[in-house]
Design a binder for this molecule. Sequence first.
Ligand code: ADP
Ligand code: MG
Length: 246
Amino acid sequence: MSDRNAMLDVAGLRKSFGSLEVLRGIDLSVAPQELVFVIGPSGSGKSTLLRCCNRLEEPDEGSIRVDGVELLDPKTDINAMRRRIGMVFQSFNLYPHMTVLSNVTLALRKALGKGRAEAREIGEAALARVGLADKVDAYPAQLSGGQQQRAAIARAVALEPKIMLFDEPTSALDPELVGSVLAVMRELREAGMTMVVVSHEMRFARDAADRVVFMDHGAIVEQGPPEQVFGAPEHARTRSFLADFA
Ligand code: ADP
Ligand code: MG
C-alpha cells in the first residue's frame, strides 16, 4: 500500500537489465526522519534500488514518490528533484582539481543558483558540521578517505535534501576511518534527516537504524526493527546471510 505521509514511497518497482530481473516488485515506504538500513548479498539489487530513487537508473515499472512527488511522472522536473535527493556513494566522487569548499559550493551555485558569498557561507557551515572546518582550502588528495567521504556528505547536505541515500559509504575506507563517517551519519540522523543506508556496518544498524530491510534476488525478504531482524530473523535466507557477519 502506498503511504501518503512517507518521505519516500516506492511501490511495485521493477527493473531488468536485458533478461536479468534485478528488482522484482519492491515496496518500501520510508517515513520522515526514519533511518532505514538495507542489507543483502552482493547482486541482490540494493544499489539499483537506490539508483532508481533518483533515476540514475530508469525503472521499468512502478512508482517512486519523494515527499509526495512522483519521480516517474514525465511532467516531474527530475533535475529539480535530484537536488533534493542526496546521494553518497562508496567512491567519494570529489573533483580532484577543486578545493574541498569548491566541491561543496559548486552544486550550490550551479544547481541552486546561490551567489558566491552565500554559497561560501553555506558550504563552510556544512563542512564544519562534518568536522572539516579546517580543511575548506585543502584539495581532496590531501584528505584521508574518511575526510573525503565526510566532504562528500557535506556536499549533499548543503543542498538541504529531503532524503539522503547512502550506498556503502564506508566500504572503501580503512577500518580506522569508518567511525568518523558513521559518527557524521549518526549526527545527521539525530538532526532529523530521513535516510536510506545500504551498508554492512551491522553495529551501526543496531544502534542507529529504525528498521532493517533484507533484500535477496531483487526482492525484500523481510524487514523489521534491528533487534528483530538481527536477533530473530524469520527467513532462512536472512539467517544464512547474517551468519557470515557473526
Ligand atoms: P547490489 O548493490 O545489491 O550488490 P546491484 O544493484 O549492484 O546489487 O546489482 C544487481 C544485479 O544487477 C547484479 O547482477 C548486477 O550485475 C546487475 N547490474 C547492475 N547494474 C547493471 C547494469 N548497468 N547493466 C547490467 N547489469 C547490471
Ligand atoms: Mg551495491
